[in-house]
Design a protein around this ligand. Sequence first.
Ligand SMILES: [Zn+2]
Ligand SMILES: [Zn+2]
Length: 164
Amino acid sequence: MLNYSRTPSSQVTSQKPYDIQGGKNTPPINRYECDKSGFAFPTGWGGYMYVENDKGERILCTHPIEGYTVTHVLGQDAPPELIRKRTGYNSFCICLDCRYKFAADLKDDKANPWRSGWPVKDKDERECPQCKSKNVRSVYELIGKTCPVCGKGKIVEIPTGLIS
Ligand SMILES: [Zn+2]
Ligand SMILES: [Zn+2]
């Protein structure tokens, strides 16, 4: 997972939970991988929730205690408007041209249902941080499509049977 993070995760020290997703956040844990080459995205649900600190760095909110991280970064009394502005959902992405792997807050063409708590829009530009190509896809957009790494297999979604 850390390979996909733009910023290091923080230690969670705050005590007060913040039920930011209305308690409906129980995604299944799936594997996303090529059925031929073994190329794989991180196991999970296609991405992760983040909260931005004062420097604009995105801090990974560890599931299922996302609220603790939000409170830790934004403060106990953060107003809902601030929370709305400073939280989001990073999708695991890959550049189809240089194969660089990264995380970005994009609106998936094939919507990831587990990010429905956030406004549906591209917060980040759909652009590879390494080669600047716009030819970028999220995990969910690649399910059932040709593997971007080997060009032969297909990216498949494999349930692990676990619920987070
Ligand atoms: Zn492959
Ligand atoms: Zn690239």
